[in-house]
Design a binder for this molecule. Structure first.
Ligand code: G1P
Length: 295
């Protein structure tokens, strides 16, 4: 029987040390790209893919994420009384009526694989999506996860979103080697977490978008500590390859590595250039900047 993807897991329990001091008291996923937190872009991508249950794997000091997806009564009342209809809509759209939000605490930061395993009681025996909010994907259309869900509906197997990266950067990613294919997706033969460039099987990197069958949970249950001493999702997927096909899919769109300061800045500049209120003024500012002696 074909099963639909209705749930997405958002691992948001990481410490965000690369963005300290900004992330001392708030989650890195709450950092805004222009005017919207990273986690909201990720949730909107899931909603666009037809997903209606958002499962956050959180930790202490991530309360801002829980609050962000809750109704803000006082603020709504205030905006209503001041007739600020546009702002009110903007607030209400964060929590669409047909979408549920589930929060699970990951007591210890044991790694991405462990975070996904924490979602097992909510996911049960269904295929599901995993979205890492610090990889932001903009495709100007339906969104990366919608592309992957469409592919899942045809293939009914696990799918990882991948892109070609600079071969010097393999040690920052899960890297796959695929069988030859004439399609945009190809069967994964090998997957390895954060290999050094000299031993990497390719430069095709997994970038924070997964559709996984529930078979991953039994694999995760038995996955020991891997790269960086953490329980790695990549290692469980490597184990899954022995039992069922897993596809790598080169999605359409631009991925911004918002887990790095440079990638985060680039995302802000490019999203500002797409922003209806800002694009005119911001692009004229950039043009002046290029002409100035600051660059
Ligand atoms: C995680 C995954 C890695 C993946 C990456 C994408 O690593 O473990 O396989 O390629 O996300 O951003 P992290 O960046 O959390 O260290």
């Amino acid at each position: 029987m074909t099963k639909k993807i209705t749930k997405a897991v958002f691992p948001v329990a990481g410490l965000g040390t690369r963005f300290l001091p900004a992330t001392k008291a708030i989650a890195k996923e709450m950092l805004p790209v222009v005017d919207k937190p990273l986690i909201q872009y990720a949730v909107e991508e899931a909603v666009a893919a037809g997903i209606d249950t958002m499962v956050f794997i959180t930790s202490r000091s991530k309360n801002a994420i829980t609050d962000h997806f809750d109704k803000a009564y006082e603020l709504e009342k205030e905006l209503e009384s001041k007739n600020k209809a546009d702002l009110l809509k903007l607030l209400k759209d964060i929590v669409p009526p047909n979408v549920s939000y589930v929060f699970i605490r990951q007591a210890e930061a044991l790694g991405l694989g462990h975070a996904v395993y924490c979602a097992r009681p909510v996911i049960g025996d269904e295929p599901f999506a995993v979205i890492l909010a610090d990889d932001m994907v903009e495709d100007g259309e339906r969104g990366c996860m919608a592309q992957m869900v469409e592919l899942y509906e045809q293939k009914q197997t696990s799918i990882l979103g991948v892109e070609r990266i600079n071969p010097a950067d393999t040690a920052s990613y899960g890297i796959v080697k695929t069988a030859a294919s004439s399609e945009k997706s190809a069967r994964i033969e090998v997957i390895v977490e954060k290999p050094k460039p000299e031993v990497a099987p390719s430069n095709l990197a997994v970038v924070g978008r997964y559709i996984l069958t529930p078979a991953i949970f039994d694999k995760l249950k038995n996955t020991g500590r891997g790269a960086g001493g953490e329980i790695q999702l990549t290692d469980a997927i490597a184990d899954l390859l022995n039992d069922e096909p897993v596809l790598a899919y080169e999605f359409e769109g631009t991925r911004y590595d918002c887990g790095s300061k440079l990638g985060f800045l680039i995302a802000n500049v490019e999203m500002a250039l797409l922003h209806s209120e800002l694009k005119a003024d911001f692009s004229s500012y950039l043009k002046d900047l290029i002409k100035s002696d600051k660059l």
